[in-house]
Design a protein around this ligand. Structure first.
Ligand code: ZN
Length: 376
C-alpha cells in the first residue's frame, strides 16, 4: 500500500515578506486549511509531519559559509553592510525578521521529505513551502534565500542516488540547473515561460548541460499565452521519455502554480485542468516522489491547485464544491466561484497556430540535441 506524508508547520505563518511583496506566505496556510477541509489529512495511509529546521551543516552542503553568515546577521530584520552583494535588500529578496529561520523551516521540511522517501517510510512526500528554485550558492534570488531543492538532492547524491528533477513553475529553475549543470547524476527538466519575457531570463532550449552533464539539463521555454493543451503536449513529448531513460531512484518536482491565467506575475494561460493532467503524468513516472511547492501569486488558485495535486497524490477524487466550512472563513481570499476546478480555457485562431509552431520548434530542437545525446 502506498504511503504519503504532508510536511507542514503553523510556524510558517509567523513570517512575512512585507505588505507590498507578491510572495504571500499566507497562501501556505490557506492551502493547508483547504486540504484539511476536504479531509485529505486524515486518510488511512497519510501522515502529517511537523516541519523541522535545517541545520548549518545541511545548509552548507550547497551554500557558501560567507553567505550563511550574512543571512544570520540579516535574520534580525536589519540591513547588513554589503548584503546587497548577496542579493538581499529592498525588492525581490527583502530583509525581514526571521528570514533565515523561515528558510531553515522550508529547507528542513524538504530534507524530511527526501529522508522519508529515501528510507522507504513513505512513497510520496509533499512540502508545499518548498521549491525555492532560484537561490544560488552565495546569493538570494527570486524570493528564495536557501535552495531547499539543491540541498536535499545533494544529500541524496552523497548516498549514491540518481535523481530526476521536474520543474513546472512559470519561471526557469535556474538555481537547480546551475548546481547540477556538469553532472549526469541529476537530470533537470524545466518547463517555463521563455526567458525572453520573464525572470530570470535563462532556460533556453540550447542550455543542455556541459561536460558529463551534457544532455542532463533540459529546458522547454514556452511562449507567452501558452495554454493547457500546449503545456500537456510539450510535457508529454519531452518529459516521460527522458525520465524513463534516466531511470532515477527518486523524482523531485517543483510544482509552482504561477503559470496560471490569473497569475499577476507571468503571461501564460494555464488553468488547474492542464496542471492536474501534468501532475497525474508525474505520478505515473514517480514511484518515489519528493513533491515541492513553488511560485504562485494568485493565492486562491495556489490553494486550489495544490489541493488538487495532493488529492491526486493520494489517489482520491474530491468534489468540485469547496466545503462550506472553509468558504465561510476564506471566501474573500478569492474563492468566489465556490468551485475547486477552473473553467476550461484555450487560446484560439492565428495566435494558437503561432504558439503551436513555436512549441513544436522548441521540441524538435530538444529531440535533436538532447534525445540523441542520451540515446533515445
Ligand atoms: Zn515562479
Amino acid at each position: 500500500m502506498k504511503k504519503r506524508a504532508f510536511i507542514y508547520t503553523d510556524e510558517f505563518s509567523r513570517f512575512d515578506y512585507g505588505p507590498t511583496h507578491p510572495f504571500k506566505i499566507f497562501r501556505l496556510k490557506l492551502t493547508y486549511e483547504l486540504i484539511k477541509a476536504y479531509g485529505l489529512l486524515s486518510l488511512p495511509n497519510t501522515q502529517y509531519v511537523e516541519a523541522r529546521k535545517a541545520e548549518d551543516k545541511e545548509i552548507l552542503i550547497f551554500h557558501d559559509e560567507e553567505y550563511l553568515e550574512i543571512l544570520k546577521a540579516a535574520d534580525v530584520g536589519l540591513e547588513v553592510p554589503g548584503s546587497y552583494h548577496y542579493g538581499l535588500g529592498p525588492g525581490d529578496n527583502p530583509i525581514f525578521g526571521g528570514l533565515l529561520e523561515w528558510s531553515r523551516l522550508v529547507t528542513g521540511a524538504t530534507l524530511q521529505a527526501a529522508d522519508m522517501i529515501d528510507s522507504g517510510v513513505v512513497d510520496t512526500a509533499l512540502n508545499i513551502a518548498g521549491g525555492l528554485h532560484h537561490a544560488m550558492a552565495s546569493k538570494a534570488s527570486g524570493f528564495c534565500y536557501l535552495n531547499d531543492i539543491v540541498i536535499a538532492i545533494k544529500k541524496l547524491l552523497e548516498r549514491g542516488r540518481r535523481i530526476a528533477y521536474i520543474d513546472i513553475d512559470a519561471h526557469h529553475g535556474d538555481g537547480v540547473q546551475e548546481a547540477f549543470y556538469k553532472t549526469d547524476k541529476v537530470l533537470t527538466i524545466s518547463i517555463h515561460e521563455t526567458g525572453m519575457m520573464l525572470f530570470p531570463g535563462t532556460g533556453f532550449e540550447n542550455e543542455i548541460g556541459e561536460g558529463e552533464g551534457e544532455g542532463y539539463s533540459v529546458n522547454i521555454p514556452m511562449p507567452p499565452f501558452s495554454d493547457d493543451e500546449l503545456l500537456v503536449f510539450a510535457f508529454n513529448e519531452v518529459v516521460p521519455p527522458l525520465v524513463k531513460k534516466c531511470n532515477p531512484d527518486i523524482i523531485f518536482t517543483q510544482l509552482g502554480v504561477d503559470g496560471f491565467l490569473s497569475d499577476p506575475l507571468t503571461h501564460l494561460s494555464y488553468t488547474n485542468n492542464g496542471y492536474t493532467e501534468v501532475v497525474k503524468r508525474i505520478k505515473e513516472l514517480s514511484p518515489k516522489w519528493v513533491a515541492l511547492g513553488g511560485g504562485g501569486y494568485d493565492i486562491a488558485n495556489v490553494a486550489k491547485a495544490w489541493t488538487l495535486a495532493w488529492a491526486i497524490m493520494n489517489e482520491v477524487e474530491i468534489p468540485d464544491e469547496i466545503p462550506e466550512e472553509f468558504l465561510s472563513k476564506y471566501l474573500r481570499e478569492g474563492f468566489f466561484s465556490r468551485k475547486l476546478r477552473d473553467e476550461l480555457y484555450f487560446e484560439k485562431g492565428m495566435r494558437k497556430e503561432r504558439l503551436k509552431e513555436e512549441v513544436n520548434r522548441v521540441i524538435e530542437i530538444i529531440k535533436e540535441k538532447v534525445f540523441k545525446k542520451v540515446g533515445i
